[in-house]
Design a protein around this ligand. Structure first.
Ligand SMILES: Cc1cc2nc3c(=O)[nH]c(=O)nc-3n(C[C@H](O)[C@H](O)[C@H](O)COP(=O)(O)OP(=O)(O)OC[C@H]3O[C@@H](n4cnc5c(N)ncnc54)[C@H](O)[C@@H]3O)c2cc1C
Ligand code: FES
Length: 500
């Protein structure tokens, strides 16, 4: 966000029609729109923020086929054939980004680089060896086990080397996609909220401004679908992840991608890469994930990331950037891309990216374009949002028991008793009779109050001091400090209410 300026587009201020309406101008939406426009479709893209203003602005932009839930797990869930397709599709997505960058001459710092997966202290060598076997069975025969990653200053111990991964500047890439969409006759409208989405013969999208776009099909690429009330949201869970950007001398860390992990999908892990600036580099380190809306300790988590980084990268100078974002973790590891379950056949979604949204978003563009153009695609079944997730039952139960437990907040006391306890620039939830009220005090001391009941399925939102947002602990809806919705599945603002 500090180093790119995606183009500013107009607000939609008239009725319109198109073959396809794409909602969401992140990587999934813009890749889909680009490929459909290339295929000759009339496309309209709507986003209620700027281009790339969602999680694509917050990504660390590793492009990799080293899937973060690991191939041993993918093989258990989808069999050897499914694991192969998963590996192929992510490798193909990196190739597709490279192809688009070359074809469209997009200046977005795309570079091929190698990736290294190493063990965190609690990891086991046995699991690393088993992972390598599963990787070979998935068809990634060029992955190799090494004694350590190529870092002189940090002995990672045994690691797996993944050649020909990549990194890029995601917002510069989206800028190039947007320019190509314009050239091919597509239209992009920003600051335009899609309010109502309907499929079927009279498919259309209505905006908050009161305008309607008639279309043949709708693609909902809003990261978490705002049109699906329940089905998908029981199959994925929102996690908040934290990142620091540390200033380091130019060239002091090789330009590789690094990931650690104990090979247990529930345990802590880190993801690391280097971004080049004019006169120095920035070491970008992420991790410290937690279930969204269930912890409000971002400052401590950034602190732990800094400590972890300084212990391993002695060249780190000051921490220039700190941010966080949300990833949607599917219970069975792979994104949900295709027809929206229990909806008309011409309504499509892309969600459940986990930490693989750059490749999953690109796969979404390729797969949804094929589905809409009625072309065969070998990945259709693997990513089908209606697929059965029976083998992921323990994760499914665990995440949904967690959601059910959040409803207890409807009857618990508030976090504070009086608005006087809410400091300037902070927020808190208060109980008032049978209701809970979300209160934010701005820097001038003015109190803004709204119902704390999430507009999706009624959980109580929680204050996030790090991002100054209200986060729902159930399915990941997020609202800005004034209650405007910024992340689905909710699609409406928190209701305003008075508080005494
Ligand atoms: C900190 C962090 C690090 C990450 N690192 C990596 C990584 O290294 N590699 C990787 O592959 N992935 C990574 N990810 C995941 C990846 O960034 C995301 O999965 C991906 O960006 C999601 O893209 P998207 O297009 O689906 O959604 P988004 O980029 O969130 O786009 C959705 C858009 O929809 C718009 N929208 C929502 N509702 C409406 C509405 N009703 N009307 C109009 N517009 C609407 C939003 O404004 C938004 O712009 C990371 C994520 C985070 C948070
Ligand atoms: S996100 Fe589902 S209840 Fe809030």
């Amino acid at each position: 966000m500090a180093t790119a300026d995606p183009p500013i587009k107009k607000v939609l201020e008239r009725d319109a029609s198109a073959n396809i309406v794409v909602i969401g101008a992140g990587i999934a939406g813009l890749t889909t729109a680009y490929l459909l426009a290339r295929a000759g479709k009339a496309v309209i893209v709507l986003d209620d923020g700027p281009i790339g203003g969602g999680m694509t602005a917050r990504t660390t932009a590793h492009l990799t086929c080293a899937l973060d839930d690991r191939f041993t797990e993918l093989e258990r869930l989808f069999g050897e054939a499914g694991s192969r397709l998963a590996a192929q599709s992510h490798a193909a997505a990196i190739d597709e980004v490279e192809r688009i960058v070359r074809t469209e001459k997009i200046d977005c710092e795309f570079e091929r680089t190698d990736g290294y997966l190493f063990l965190s202290p609690e990891g086991s060598l046995k699991l690393l060896n088993e992972e390598l076997e599963a990787i070979f069975r998935a068809g990634l025969s060029d992955v190799q086990k090494l004694d350590r990653a190529p870092l002189e200053f940090f002995d990672t111990g045994a690691c797996l080397h993944f050649p020909r991964q990549a990194q890029f500047h995601p917002l510069k890439y989206l800028t190039g996609l947007a320019q190509a969409i314009d050239r091919d006759g597509g239209q992009i409208f920003t600051r335009t909220h899609a309010d109502d989405i309907s499929g079927g013969e009279a498919a259309h999208v209505s905006t908050t401004g009161g305008y309607t776009i008639k279309c043949d099909a709708v693609v909902v690429a809003t990261n978490s679908p705002v049109n699906d009330r329940v089905v998908i949201h029981t199959k994925q869970a929102p996690y908040t992840t934290y990142v620091i950007g540390a200033r380091i001398p130019r060239g002091s860390v090789p330009g590789v991608l690094l990931w650690d992990g104990p090979f247990d999908t529930h345990a802590a892990y880190h993801y690391i890469r280097v971004a080049r600036e004019d006169d120095h580099d920035v070491l970008v380190v992420g991790g410290e994930d937690h279930r969204s809306g269930q912890h409000n300790d971002g400052a401590q988590r950034w602190g732990k990331l800094e400590q972890w980084t300084r212990n391993r990268f002695p060249m780190v100078e000051e921490i220039e950037f700190r941010w966080s974002g949300q990833v949607m973790e599917p219970v069975d590891s792979l994104a949900f891309i295709g027809r929206n379950p229990d909806d008309d056949d011409n309504v499509f979604i892309a969600t459940g990216d986990s930490g693989m949204g750059m490749t999953h978003g690109t796969i979404a563009g390729m797969l949804l374009t094929d589905l809409i153009m009625e072309r065969e695609n070998p990945w259709t079944e693997l990513y089908d949002p209606s697929r059965k997730t029976a083998k992921a039952l323990p994760d499914f139960v665990e995440e949904n028991v967690n959601v059910a437990a959040q409803y207890a907040d409807l009857v618990t006391p508030g976090e504070v008793e009086s608005i006087d306890e809410v400091a300037k620039g902070e927020g808190a939830v208060l109980r008032r009779g049978l209701s809970k009220v979300a209160v934010y005090r701005d820097h001038d001391g003015v109190v803004h109050s709204m119902s704390a009941v999430c507009r999706h399925l009624g959980c109580i939102v929680a204050w996030n001091s790090a991002e100054k947002t209200w986060d729902c602990p159930c399915h990941g809806s997020r609202y800005d400090r004034f209650g405007e919705v910024i992340n689905g599945p909710a699609n409406k603002p928190l209701k305003t209410t008075e508080v005494s």
